[in-house]
Design a protein around this ligand. Sequence first.
Ligand code: AMP
Ligand code: GLY
Length: 702
Amino acid sequence: MGKKKVLVIGGGGREHAIADALSRSPQVGRIYCAPGNAGTAAIAENVSIKDTDVRALKEFALSNGIDLTVVGPEAALNAGIADEFKSAGLKIFGHSASATRIESSKEFAKELMFRYGIPTADYHSFSDYGEASEYVSSRPLPAVLKYDGLAAGKGVVVAETMEQADSALKDMLLDHSFGQGRVVVEDYLTGPEFSYMCFVSGRNVYPMPLAQDHKRAFDGDRGPNTGGMGAYTRLPFISEEDERYAFENILKKAACAMADEGCPLCGVLYGGLMKTPDGIKVIEFNARFGDPETEVVLPLLESDIFDIFDSLAGGQVPSSPIVWSDEATMGVVLASKGYPGSYAKGFEISGTGDVSGKIYHMGTKAGEDGRLLTAGGRVMMCVAKAPSTALARLKVYEDVEKIHCSNLFHRNDIAKSSSTVLSGKVLSVKMKDEMKEQIVALEAKYGRRPSLAVVIVGEDPASQSYVRGKIKAAEYVGMDGKLIELPATISQDELLYTIADLNSDGSIDGILVQLPLPSHIDSNKIIEAISPEKDVDGFHPTNVANLWIGEPCIVPCTPSGIMKMIESTGVNPKGKTAVVVGRSNIVGKPVAKLLLDANATVLLAHSRTADLGAVTRQADILVVAVGKAGLVNGDMVKPGAVVIDVGVNRGADGKLHGDCIYDSVFPKASFVTPVPGGVGPMTITMLMANTIECFIRRMHNC
Ligand code: AMP
Ligand code: GLY
């Protein structure tokens, strides 16, 4: 079978991303873009036909044997391109004009949502200026006014004052600036917004990863609304449950509603959603891919996009499940100075060949001498993919610096707050849930569960609370936790006997003695008395020695927890520089050894190093375990570093602080652990992991 010819309608970044995805398909031979831009010209043949010139596009498709057409912009859909192509026997991925009403008519969309119980803001619609104005003035501000028709993204006004509302209503209903349409007045909702796009054919709905765009022109969400200044995937504020809810109750429901109404969808359904205090609600539907969301979503697609488009356009299901990468993407738009207002065009752009990520062109053209020139408001978008949003963000901003043009600007805070917090709390819950299942399986195999004995001497409140946390965690994962409470007056010998009993007790797998011990007891003697095979803290000299010589051993809990947290960032220590500040036997030294074992170059630093900043600034991975509040500030951190703060200090304010000044380190690092809630919860979790390990080893030796 010959390779396919595909026509992409449109000429923005979205269409460049669609053409890019198509170019990865083994089934696609040739791609045409109408009208395309200087970016699509490198992977497709640009055809200079306007996206709404349906007749000319149809003739082009017929005379060039186009196998499949994919539509980007809503204007083309609204102009009836899908109906026209289908009646000419041409295959097209894009909705009929009547289905496109879900985007083009606010009133149609609102009525549909109310009829089918799809959550959205309450509304009233008006054609009379006087009635609209009276209604708005009777209600609390801000007022949300939506022109009922396509208005090139300018038909929505969120009016803070009655004057603004009135002038917008006049514009829409008296002066008919956008046409003869009605106005929908909606309740004002609050919460973060996000975009949920799905591939749809009739009642078959296939979700894409969620994305969020940044609509305002300037940093800090200030300035006028634009078409979008950047976007990213992997939204920190949306849970899997939220996503499932939105899929079932909004996207899937809307697709079925449209089929019930006799105007089934065939194309992309885009839910512009908001997570309000009352749940997720629809702000708007679009009948097409979002821009700039598409530029960050499609690079994650691992399946053949031609197969998806072609089967859905033919009313079939894709031949194999749609697979998405679990990496994160983010992208930053470079726009002409003055955008979204008036701006000049024709400025030379250089450096696009030097970037490491992708560039999607939005408004560019090739000059006669082959130079690349600006040709629109939004000019191009730098996009990168990485194991985490924070890493993708670093790559993109490095790329942005490589692009030179005297008339471009960009936002510096895209996805800024998305993934910087490295929470041991979240990770430890996930790990403990995995252990729960593991323990059920172990009990089925060996006839009993792992068990941990925790010994506490005396009444120290902090120690009491630590041991309770440990017993609670043991119960949570389903192992036996035995608490042995001894009075502060107990002699060293009596404590040694207790440990000897636990060593020989076949039903105990792990032994932990809570430190510190009363001053009349020598802690080293006690640690040495615990059998190395049951030493779940990993402090016994045999375990310490085995760690350093690379023999099997029990690794101390905090260092192994730190390694798990680093692993969860996606940053591989191999070949990186790691700096560990603080040289204790229970954190600093073992974590340095573990980082060495992970093939990092490791510097183990004293907290009183003359110029500590000069050392810490070399760190791609910085671990600080000293116990001195305020030791590390943002100036001492390499941009993009992973910062693990192990320090716990109670400040004069009575609150717990780390060794790092969180607010100053946070904007510099790509990941930073909070205190509390960072490393602490991982220590207990690794204690559970060590107990399981001791159990498994003993069962194997039996
Ligand atoms: P739209 O053009 O429909 O995407 O609307 C533009 C922006 O107006 C949205 O992204 C929201 O930020 C805002 N908006 C629209 N409807 C509402 C609403 N009911 N409540 C609050 N903000 C809204
Ligand atoms: N990014 C918003 C839209 O495509 O409508």
